[in-house]
Design a binder for this molecule. Structure first.
Ligand code: GLC
Length: 499
């Protein structure tokens, strides 16, 4: 072999060795990265753990806080707001009523023609409009003028199927899904905003007066006859369909529950005892917090960066506004510390709230063998391409951990209410049904979440008792419920026929 040939052979061998060494190092590095990624996931899984014993502690804490909130104003993180709804719909309500439902990503307007005893809902129509982001943090007048204008447009389209007796004013049930300190069925002041709304000049103001002024500015002659939270509206709508409904839970952008309480068991109620002896309580359970809640560093960071730090902690663990953001935060950490998705963190992954719960839900439900939906979402939303199946599986695992924790905690919250009502066990000889009306986009569209909530509740109360507890989907019941309540609080006495 000549000198040149020997030299080339040596160089060739050296190149092969170097390449092999690089490959080994790369493999080592990538397996070390993967080990780090899996360690972060395992740690999250452990910290988000919700064994039954913990859920029982959460449920007990919920019951204790319910008592404290009923005892005195400010006695608990749970506001336990008095709704002034002491009579739920009977089915005898009659006439044309409107409802306006404000409180999430969209707002709805609807009209319903009620037929009175045995007449049911004769006719109904609705329109849904999304709320522009800038209105959620603008001024009071801009928000209320916008919704009043949409309502005016809708009223203008009223057809002949809807009949308002001559000389009567139109009446409206206003579903306003935020914490309101009510002073009567048709007045109340906003305590604080939640769910990304932040319009300072409304806090402390009477929201019915705000809306009424905006309706006047639109030249719309309409009286707000009932102001209700969405949970209270859902409870009313649910009761109309099923007399065994005693509580309602919303799982949507935010989360909350309302239930029927015995009026004499509300020490802070200083009014006359209602004839029915009952009062619907808006719990505002989104603000529940307890040392038993499995909070992680991601939750603390989400809370600190939110518009309402230190508040709505339960809501931030379980509701639709936040699940996607928690997953994004974990993914971001894995990308930073374990170079998942490459040496640099994909820029889109750093954008708060870019990953929404409908996206994580779609990824969680991906049953395709190569997790195509996950690949598509990562590409379309986060601009992350060329992901391996292993990486996509990791993403699904994260969605599962975060959704499971939320759903199981929601089930624990429901157990807390059942305990307060004394309905978590079977009483001898009683054949009692307990129906809970559930609504909200999260519950409706996130199947794994819904299944997990329902199976967890059965685990908590046992198969036997669970036969007496029914969770009923009350589809958009909050708007209809508000219309019913407008009817039962109408200024015209003949609206509610005697049964
Ligand atoms: C938030 C609001 C509450 C509402 C819930 C569901 O928690 O504070 O009033 O019922 O979201 O929409």
């Amino acid at each position: 072999m000549g000198k040149v040939a020997v030299g080339l052979a040596v160089i060739g061998a050296a190149t092969v060795c170097a390449a092999a060494a690089l490959l080994v190092r790369h493999r080592m590095r990538s397996s070390a990265r993967w080990v780090r990624a899996m360690a972060i996931v395992a740690d999250l899984d452990e910290r988000c753990g919700t064994p039954l014993a913990k859920l029982r502690q959460v449920a007990d804490a919920m019951t204790v806080e319910m008592h404290a909130g009923l005892a005195s104003e400010g006695g608990s993180k749970l506001k336990m707001l008095i709704s002034y709804v002491d009579n739920l719909p009977t089915g005898n309500e009659k006439g044309l009523f409107y409802a306006l439902d404000l409180g999430g990503t969209n707002f709805r307007v609807l009209r319903v023609q009620l037929g009175g005893k045995d007449g049911g809902i004769v006719n109904q129509e609705f329109a849904e409009v999304s709320i522009p982001q800038d209105l959620m943090v603008g001024s009071s007048d801009t928000l209320f003028d916008y919704i009043a204008a949409e309502l005016a447009k809708f009223v203008a389209q009223e057809g002949e199927d809807f009949q308002l007796p001559p000389g009567r004013q139109r009446e409206l049930g206003f579903t306003f899904s935020f914490p309101v300190m009510q002073t009567s069925i048709d007045s109340g002041t906003l305590i604080k905003w939640t769910k990304g709304f932040n319009i300072e000049d409304v806090v402390g103001q009477d929201v019915v007066a705000e809306l009424t002024r905006a309706l006047e500015r639109q030249g719309l002659d309409m009286r707000v006859s009932a102001l209700v939270n969405d949970t209270v509206g859902t409870l009313a709508g649910g009761r109309y369909n099923n007399k065994d409904v005693v509580a309602a839970v919303i799982l949507g952008t935010g989360t909350n529950a309302a239930y029927v309480e015995r009026a004499h068991a509300i020490p802070k109620w200083h009014g006359l005892l209602p004839k029915s002896g009952e009062m619907v309580i808006n719990m505002e359970w989104g603000n529940f917090r307890s040392s038993h809640l499995p909070l992680t560093e991601y939750d603390h960071s989400l809370d600190a960066e939110s518009l309402n730090p230190g508040e709505q902690i339960f809501e931030k663990l379980i509701s639709g506004m936040y699940l996607g953001e928690i997953v994004r935060k974990v993914l971001c950490r894995i990308a930073e510390e374990a170079s998942l998705f490459g040496d640099t963190v994909p820029p889109k992954l750093k954008v708060p709230f870019i990953l929404r719960t409908p996206h994580t839900s779609a990824m969680h439900h991906d049953t395709s063998p190569d997790l195509k939906v996950v690949a598509d979402k990562l590409r379309d939303i986060l601009e992350i391409t060329n992901t391996s199946l292993k990486e996509r599986k990791l993403v699904v695992q994260l969605c599962n951990i975060v959704a499971t924790r939320g759903a199981r905690l929601a089930a624990a919250g429901i157990l807390g209410i059942l305990k307060k009502l004394g309905r978590e066990t079977l009483k001898n000889g009683e054949d009692q049904k307990t129906v809970i009306a559930l609504d909200g986009g999260l519950y409706e569209h996130y199947t794994e979440y819904r299944k997990c909530l329902e199976s967890t509740l059965t685990e908590l109360i046992g198969e036997k008792v669970s036969e007496s507890i029914v969770i009923e989907h009350s589809n958009d019941g909050s708007g209809i419920g508000a219309a019913f309540l407008a009817a039962s609080h109408s200024q015209y006495p003949d609206v509610e026929e005697s049964s």
